[in-house]
Design a protein around this ligand. Structure first.
Ligand code: TZP
Ligand code: MG
Length: 211
């Protein structure tokens, strides 16, 4: 029931706060130049207005480079800017609901997996990719449930054919192991947003994945 293939390997999840005081659009551009294939805007403490302003800035960039922009949680913003996709977790709008909305039904839908039992639910069935969240514990997001580890990726891989996007403390030192365990794509925040040279960091990650 997935609508879209997910042919991406390096996924940047960006927020202004994680960019070390730098302009987040410039960080995103450097990341794209280094090899990032898809970007998600994820702002946890933004008002809808401020999120919309950031989303408009980012979509100008992603359209320039023909990269899909995925919006975390803010369904109305995704609709307004005509983002390529929406990423939701267990406590957000349900993928089945998004698929039923005329203006949203064709978007890429990503859904975070925190419990194994989610693999059997209808939300997973209608999603285009699954976030394995988190693979390793990370300071970037602390309200997490299961730390999947490499074994968790292997288990999930055996239970579903959906594209798997692994997230949580992934960096150039462990990216290849995560792919070898069965992830199709790795998603990072600090390995790129917190790097002194985001372009170089993205390039190194991409090289690790493709090795
Ligand atoms: N979801 C699960 S872990 C995480 C999110 C958004 C944060 C990942 O950040 P980092 O800095 O790549 O560990
Ligand atoms: Mg969410």
């Amino acid at each position: 029931m997935s609508l879209h293939p997910f042919p991406y390997q390096l996924y940047l999840v960006i927020s202004e706060a994680d960019c070390m005081g730098r302009n987040f659009v410039k960080v995103a551009e450097q990341a794209i130049l280094g090899g990032v294939d898809v970007i998600q805007l994820r702002e946890k403490n933004s008002s809808t207005d401020s999120f919309l302003t950031k989303a408009l800035q980012l979509i100008e960039l992603t359209e320039k480079y023909s990269i899909p922009l995925i919006i975390n949680d803010h369904v109305e913003v995704a609709e307004k800017i005509n983002a390529a996709g929406i990423h939701v977790g267990n406590s957000d709008a349900a993928p089945t609901y998004l698929r039923q909305q005329t203006h949203l039904s064709k978007k890429i839908i990503g859904y975070s997996i925190e419990y194994l039992s989610q693999l059997d639910n209808e939300q997973t069935a209608v999603s285009d990719y699954l976030g394995i969240s988190p693979v390793f514990s990370t300071d970037t997001k602390t309200d997490t449930v299961t730390e999947w580890g490499l074994e968790g990726i292997k288990t999930i891989r055996q239970l579903t054919d959906k594209p798997l996007v692994a997230i949580g403390h992934i960096h150039s030192g462990n990216a290849k192991e995560v792919i070898n365990a069965g992830a199709d794509c790795i998603a990072v925040v600090s390995a790129i947003c917190g790097a002194p040279d985001p372009q170089k960091a993205a390039y190194q990650l991409k090289n690790e994945i493709l090795k």
